[in-house]
Design a protein around this ligand. Structure first.
Ligand code: GCW
Length: 701
């Protein structure tokens, strides 16, 4: 709320009707009530259902025609104040000149906005009220700067149309996974002990938070759909509708994870076979009722034939048959199916060297390209395994030119410190988004998933819960914020987004302390993901974590299990041979040049060496170090970095609220303990296996 001060202390005119413009009005009015400014609303124009020129303004101010410091206006809201007209005309002239004559009619675009400052007035224009809301948050981000020097009209539009968060929240507490699967921020904001929460205030606040980040869709239950959650589709649909009502004012649509076997499980049909007529009719009828209750419902999310979830394979059908069944039910209403590509054999025999979990998603889905209906979105985890801190980009993303593909990122820190460690994930995400599967001349991942209408967008597994700081670790909020900002503008610089987050989260301190807080937070967070990588699994090896809960080190924890995640360390070397020449052939799932780069021991990037190759401990990396010495050096360095960050944080007492400072201080103590544990286990393990001592003679237990 503090970040609204520059707006709340000024005079605002809002032109535009309808519920979302109402939200903008409430936001500004609330800030004005707090900081002494005024807002006048004129709900006018053909698309807002209000009488032309109707004026309900004046609650907080009562100005009669200005002057205003800020004008927020829908382009269709009838005659605009002169300054807004001038900005609009200027924008149209320039966009015509920039992009060629065809752009003249294009307008500002769905969810987009134009922001400018002219003749001492800050102007935000949008074609839709959602754009107006995002424009308001743009002004909030600018702060005082928004009311300073003149600014030429700038247009902002989201790169991806679908910017969604998946909640792995269970309705009923799961005996193993609890209320939120892989949740590290307390309970669910939606569900508690088997039911919808009575008080949904927090859900509305979440909608507001998401709009500020640019997120516009939320799936409200876990992709592992158990018995209680299956019924959200039918007799508990009212709960979903209640959540949708709270999120709608912030432009956030609700999606639901569904059980593929729901028609069978709920007793509606004798089978869940996707080609069965009764099954088709069941989904059609159920989906019609969903849209009666929630007219702007987003669609279904499905984890099928994966880790024990039911799917089309039981009936001899494939994923396209399964996805198209649900897509058919949703199509009349404009809904989409997010069908997850996270499909692999989790009952593998570790003795079998030919089966490679990394290959699985491509092997299952690439042959189906072209078979999916156009309202199916294939939701692909960013790496071929499972959200490890270092993986190559999934080859599936480049393998499905005739399928809409969404990129799935894990905002919740299952494998990256579980919100007890500081790990700012944006640099990793931005590397993924910038990866060019066909080499420097081809499109990047961001172009594929966010691009035009054919893109499936970005999906993040949410890290938010009912914790007072939303995300357990207060600094983990930056990951939530950045997820939304990168989905909106994938080429943004992670450090610049972090800077925005710092300004919005600590507006007073960030403004008043001469940059001390900003500087320290950048030092602590900018490369924290690199630090995490250094003290955990080296060179692209993954899953050296404690089985089950996945926190802390256990080098051999998954080595002889059915999950298909191995490092194959022995006395001579370490790594997984995924080459075509001598290994599992996974490198062949990439187009050139990467199929060649990854195949080659000399060209493979160091950080992925052990993902693609099994090498001796003495193998020399590009920087001249050996694999074994690299393991020792990075593990010592990673822990030192954590210790430095911890001390840096200690210096910030007084610059941030005391309780927040204490929470992070406690978490740093745990992070340091855990990082030391990682360092010592990994170093000791490889010293014992290899017998090669540390060149620097440091103590390895
Ligand atoms: O990362 C793994 C998690 C599971 C999760 C699964 C998935 C929801 O350990 O908890 O299940 O991925 O993405 O489906």
């Amino acid at each position: 709320d503090e970040a609204f001060r520059p707006i709340g202390s000024r005079r605002t005119l809002l032109r535009g009707g309808g519920p979302l413009a109402g939200t903008v009005h409430e936001e500004v009015a609330r800030a004005c009530a707090r900081y002494g400014g005024s807002v006048r609303r004129q709900a006018a124009g053909p698309d807002d259902g209000a009488a032309n020129g109707r004026d309900d303004g004046g609650e907080a101010g009562g100005d009669d025609g200005g002057p205003y410091d800020l004008v927020l206006a829908l382009t269709a809201a009838g005659p605009l104040p002169a300054v807004a007209e001038a900005v609009l005309a200027g924008f149209r002239r320039r966009s015509a000149a920039d992009d060629g004559p065809a752009v003249e009619d294009e307008g500002i675009g769905e969810e987009g906005y134009v922001v400018a400052r002219r003749d001492g007035v800050t102007v935000v224009l949008a074609d839709s009220a959602a754009g107006l809301l995002y424009g308001l948050f743009h002004v909030v981000r600018l702060g005082e700067e928004a009311f300073g020097a003149e600014r030429p009209a700038e247009r902002h539009r989201p790169a991806a149309r679908l910017r969604m968060l998946d909640h792995w929240d269970n309705v009923a507490v799961h005996p193993v996974m609890g209320q939120v699967e892989r949740g590290y921020a307390g309970g669910s904001i939606f569900w508690c002990d088997g039911a919808l929460r009575d008080d949904l205030t927090r859900v509305a606040a979440y909608g507001r938070l998401l709009a500020a980040c640019g997120v516009n869709a939320v799936a409200v239950n876990n992709v592992n759909v158990h018995a209680a959650e299956t019924r959200l589709l039918t007799d508990h649909l009212g709960d979903v509708a209640a959540i949708a009502d709270r999120l709608r004012p912030y432009g956030v649509r609700v999606h639901l994870s569904v059980n593929f076997a729901a028609p069978l499980a709920l007793g509606g049909t004798a089978t869940a076979d996707p080609l069965d007529e009764d099954v088709r009719a069941w989904w059609a009828a159920v989906t019609t009722r969903v849209y009666e209750a929630i007219p702007d419902f987003g669609g279904y999310v499905v984890k099928a034939d994966s880790e024990g979830q039911p799917g089309p394979h039981a009936y001899g059908r494939d994923h396209a048959d399964g996805a198209n069944l649900l897509a058919g039910a949703l199509a009349p209403f404009g809904g989409v199916v997010h069908w997850r590509a996270f499909v692999y054999n989790h009952r593998q025999d570790w003795r079998d060297r030919s089966t490679d979990r990394a290959r699985a998603a491509y092997d299952h889905f690439a042959p189906l390209d072209g078979r999916f209906r156009d309202n199916v979105i294939l939701q692909v985890k960013h790496g071929p395994i499972d959200f490890q801190v270092r993986e190559p980009v999934s080859p599936v993303i480049a393998a499905m030119p005739r399928t809409r593909v969404a990129l799935e990122l894990q905002v919740t820190q299952e494998y990256t410190g579980q919100q007890r460690h500081v790990c700012y994930l944006a640099p990793m995400w931005s590397e993924v988004l910038g990866f060019r599967p066909w080499g420097p001349a081809g499109p990047g991942v961001a172009d594929i998933v966010a691009g035009d209408v054919a893109g499936g967008g970005l999906v993040g597994v949410s890290n938010a819960g009912d914790d007072p700081y939303w995300t357990g670790h207060p600094l983990a909020q930056a990951n939530l914020y950045t997820f939304g900002r990168l989905a909106w503008a994938p080429s943004s610089d992670p450090a610049a987004i972090l800077d925005e987050w710092i300004g919005l989260t600590f507006p007073l301190a960030a403004g008043r302390d001469d940059g001390r807080l900003r500087e320290a937070l950048h030092e602590i967070m900018d490369d924290s993901c690199g630090t995490y990588e250094r003290y955990t699994a080296p060179l692209g090896v993954g899953f050296m974590v404690r089985p089950g809960h996945h926190y802390g080190p256990d080098v051999d924890g998954y080595e002889y299990t059915p999950w298909g995640t191995y490092h194959f360390a022995d006395r001579d070397g370490v790594g997984v041979d995924r080459t075509r020449a001598t290994g599992t052939g996974f490198t062949g799932q990439y187009p050139p040049p990467w199929s060649e780069v990854y195949e080659s021991l000399t060209r493979c990037p160091d950080e992925l060496l052990l993902f693609f190759h099994h090498v001796p401990y003495g193998h020399v990396l590009h920087d001249g170090s050996t694999v074994i010495q690299h393991i020792y050096d990075t593990h010592f360095a990673g822990v030192e970095e954590v210790e430095r960050a911890r001390l840096r944080w200690a210096e910030l007492a007084g610059l941030v609220p005391a309780a927040l400072h204490a929470r992070v201080r406690e978490l740093f103590a745990e992070q340091l303990r855990c990082a030391e544990e990682w360092r010592d286990q990994v170093n000791a393990y490889f010293l014992r296996k290899s017998g090669v001592p540390d060149a620097q003679g440091r103590r390895i237990p």
